[in-house]
Design a protein around this ligand. Structure first.
Ligand SMILES: C[S@@+](CC[C@H](N)C(=O)[O-])C[C@H]1O[C@@H](n2cnc3c(N)ncnc32)[C@H](O)[C@@H]1O
Length: 452
């Protein structure tokens, strides 16, 4: 009889759908019993039925056990082979060849760098200079081909249908990640140890001058990571935020200046600004909001050190850390959430954010824009950044690192601030120095705040 559908499996027995025509009461002996995976027999021997309930029978193997580990490996391989068959059928040969070329480019760079490392060329006392020169040379030559290949794949991928995109991502990751893993910037983005890409530690890796990684090649890949188009943008957009904080802090007026850094992450702009800041005339209240406690702890350590060492604890700057999320702001549930929105996030002179809207779908981003605008005081400024799709970076992020963003244009970003009341006195777009981070830049008209 059979075949019967297997419902569950262990080393010692199985559960299966009971046959329709025959009754198999407990104790029934199943001779020459075979387990099939597709067409393949993966176990054969004798078994006995040990229970029968409704549509299900349970049995125990009586002539040996099943090697599940071996089976799992076999099934995994089976799955991989069928995935590859589908990838070969659905992804254009030229697309796959270009991914292959990209892998080859990475292998070539690895050979070159490891050769340099093996030969212990150069003077150990000059190691950093030598490495710097090696990386610079490779980036200006090899780098051109590497970033161009990514941009080519970006263009080639625009015609892929939904299923091909899924297959393409699996293909590109398994081809390229084994090589990119040597670099913590790529690895962290791919592995997402905090549950999402772009955590505060990853962002810090964009800024560090010391390159880190597994061996010389890992450090080289860190330099490669810092040189994607959007990496330059992440670095440049910090300057826009820092300038905005400075302008707010130095503005004429009386009373404290209140600034909200939303999704503050590593808050590099605040670390740098506090380090270079001149004495302030007005007290400054910095409020940092982030969902990630570890980000707050890191920033707290840095800011405290700067305020103590550089300003001897005498500057009129206070810092408040809000461990909270956009969801809690938009849909406050607990009394604390309500108090946070109504009292802490009120009378703000500046609200700024970068690396947040890129994760928010339009309806959420529009609601958040309305909420943030309502928390400004008269003449306050709202400044939110959003990255622009960038050929030499976007493909690698989406297809290889599994890091998809909501890229916006001037038009779609401005659209998020369509129906603000009272109408802002100014609504426009500010760009960072690379032109690839757009900031929705709004100045409030003032007047009464809206109830939340
Ligand atoms: C890509 S980082 C950007 C950090 C920083 N603004 C910058 O540009 O360097 C994103 C940060 O936003 C925080 N974040 C992401 N989604 C959030 C949410 N829904 N609510 C609060 N924080 C969020 C993350 O914890 C992370 O620290």
């Amino acid at each position: 009889m059979g075949p019967l559908q297997v419902l569950d499996l262990s080393a010692a027995g199985f559960a299966a759908a009971s046959p329709e025509q025959v009754s198999l009461p407990p104790g029934s002996v199943l001779e020459s019993f075979e387990l099939l995976l597709g067409e393949r027999t993966i176990w054969s021997g004798d078994a006995v039925v040990v229970h029968l309930s409704g549509e299900r029978i349970g049995g125990r193997f009586t002539s040996g056990v099943l090697d599940l580990q071996h089976l799992r490996v076999g099934a995994t391989l089976e799955g991989r082979m069928s995935l590859l068959r589908e990838q070969s059928g659905q992804l254009p040969a030229e697309w796959r060849a270009t991914v292959g070329d990209l892998r080859q480019l990475l292998e070539d760079a690895r050979n070159e760098v490891e050769e340099f490392e093996r030969a212990e060329m150069g003077d150990p006392l000059q190691r950093l200079d030598d490495e710097g020169r090696l990386f610079e040379g490779l980036l200006s030559n090899w780098g051109k081909d590497y970033y161009a290949a990514i941009a080519r794949l970006h263009a080639m991928s625009s015609g892929l249908d939904k299923r091909a995109v899924v297959l393409g991502r699996a293909y590109a990751s398994s081809m390229l990640m084994p090589v990119l893993m040597a670099c913590p910037m790529h690895r962290r983005a791919y592995e997402k140890p905090l549950g999402y890409a772009g955590d505060y530690r990853t962002i810090e890796l964009y800024f560090t001058r010391e390159l880190v990684g597994d061996g010389l090649f890992g450090r080289f890949l860190h330099a490669v990571g810092q040189n994607y188009g959007l990496s330059h943008t992440v670095i440049a957009r910090e300057g826009v935020a820092r300038a905005a904080v400075r302008a707010a802090a130095e503005a004429d007026g009386t009373g404290p200046v209140r600034v909200l850094a939303l999704a503050a992450g590593p808050a590099i702009e605040l670390r740098r600004w506090l380090d270079e800041m001149e004495p302030l005339r007005r007290p400054l209240e910095l409020i940092l909001l982030d969902q990630d406690r570890a980000a707050h702890e890191t920033v707290h350590r840095h800011l405290t050190r700067i305020l103590l060492e550089r300003h001897r604890g005498a500057s009129p700057v206070t810092v408040q850390y809000l461990h909270s999320s956009v969801r809690q702001m938009l849909k406050p549930v607990s009394p604390d959430d309500h108090r946070m929105v109504a009292e802490t996030l009120a009378d703000l002179d500046l609200v700024y954010s970068m690396g947040l809207y890129d994760y928010l779908p339009d309806p959420v981003a529009a609601s958040l824009t309305r909420l943030l605008y309502s928390r400004l005081r008269a003449g306050g400024r709202l400044l939110v950044g959003n990255l622009v799709e960038t050929p030499d970076t976007t493909w690698l992020m989406e297809y290889v690192l599994g890091w998809s963003l909501v890229y916006r244009t001037e038009e779609t970003l401005l659209h998020l601030a369509d129906r603000l009341t009272p109408a802002p006195s100014q609504r426009g777009i500010t760009r960072d120095a690379t032109g690839r981070c757009l900031f929705l830049d709004i100045t409030s008209m003032g007047g009464a705040l809206h109830p939340v």
